[in-house]
Design a protein around this ligand. Sequence first.
Ligand code: UDP
Ligand code: MG
Length: 136
Amino acid sequence: MSSIEQTLSIIKPDAVERNLSEEIKEIFKKNNFKIIKEKKIKIEKNEAEKFYQVHQSKPFYNDLCSYLSSGPIVVMVLERENAVSENRKIMGATDPKNAEEGTLRKKYGISIDKNSVHGSDSSENAKIEINFFFKD
Ligand code: UDP
Ligand code: MG
């Protein structure tokens, strides 16, 4: 059964800063994702704290939120069949050291915190995250 789905993708500050946004968007398009919505924004730390609320008990939470709000990011709604899992495949493992060859994090990630991209981890969270950034 075909299941067209949407997911939220973020190009994180380390990648935007290195002007990798266009290159990364091309990779999504080549992998049959449609970029339905897109905006380049800079968020405040309190917004990053809300976005990453699920991680609030983690030791890396504070640094993670400082980092996501440290510079411009590109936020996108991506659409294709099985968008959530296909995006996670293309992204690769959280730590670029463990990411498979050819994945975005292997290619562009600098470290576990500066790992270039975010992607929703479930269909349910995708809806929540899309609504977080694109409320209209
Ligand atoms: N992170 C970190 N240190 C860790 C684990 C995660 O800095 O030990 C950061 C990393 O940038 C990651 C984000 O926190 O992308 C969210 O973590 P999650 O486990 O949700 O990884 P993801 O879903 O992004 O692969
Ligand atoms: Mg996650």
